[in-house]
Design a protein around this ligand. Sequence first.
Ligand code: AMP
Length: 312
Amino acid sequence: MSKLLIVGTVAFDAIETPFGKTDKILGGAATYIGLSSSQFNIDNAIVSVVGDDFPDEHLSLLTKKGINIEGIEIVKGGKTFFWSGKYHNDLNSRDTLETQLNVLADFNPVVPKDYLDADIVMLGNLHPLVQLSVLEQIKKPKLTVLDTMNFWMDNALDDLLKVIAKVDVITINDEEARQLTGEHSLLKSARKIAKMGPKYVVIKKGEHGALLFHKDQIFFAPALPLEEVFDPTGAGDTFAGGFTGYLTQNQDISFENMKNAVIYGSNLASFCVEKFGTERMENLSKDEIDSRLQEFKSLTQFDIELRPTKAL
Ligand code: AMP
């Protein structure tokens, strides 16, 4: 089976939305990417770090989903990365209340031997130096994908730019694309980001869908209109997990197939937001995924004549 290597935080999150508040629950970019990509017929592994305050049940959830966790270091006496955030009423924007790097502050990642030849590498959100170190360890993957966020633009921009220069694809949300480039227009932003290195740029727009850019081509996928949105945390990472999981499974990294990957990513992200934290992604069936994909198809398909002739 093809292999997907995932790097990113495995974390505790405390989340506040207009619908409620959680204490420390399971979170982290790599957690969401792992759960989402596990829906595909692939081998996947996570490289990350936690403290010994991290419950075994969280780790066994990942193993139960078939994820290789050899690359998750457990630091004795260390505290796990912690993030807390509060969403605004529209759920499309949020404020970070606290980020505690804890064991992430001096983490030296070690890629498991079996994944040095991974087909696709998904560099999820965490310190850009950790992302760089992983890129240096692996052989020649077919595709490298990077996700990041404003925290690293504010705190480690030079290192982040070095990673951006080395990857094939970047996934980034609209506000972060604007912050990175100083451009309000997402088209101009994408063009500027492509000049920094990545051949493909994916801009995520939350409930407004996602845009894929490659040279002069653009593809847009809407997000599925949902009745219940409880907690958008992890939606971006779930998208990235679906995007890379799909590409790892079918090994076709053409622009045409990346469009399908964007749809798979959006489809999976639409489940993630329906419950708090990882809950929805922990209990998601293949049938639910397929039937929503069908809804997606009928929602976006239309037949239109480009130049209708006027009836006389
Ligand atoms: P998303 O909603 O897709 O942007 O991802 C939210 C997840 O990212 C949460 O589960 C957090 O634990 C994690 N996270 C938040 N801030 C950071 C950060 N600075 N670096 C890495 N992961 C983070």
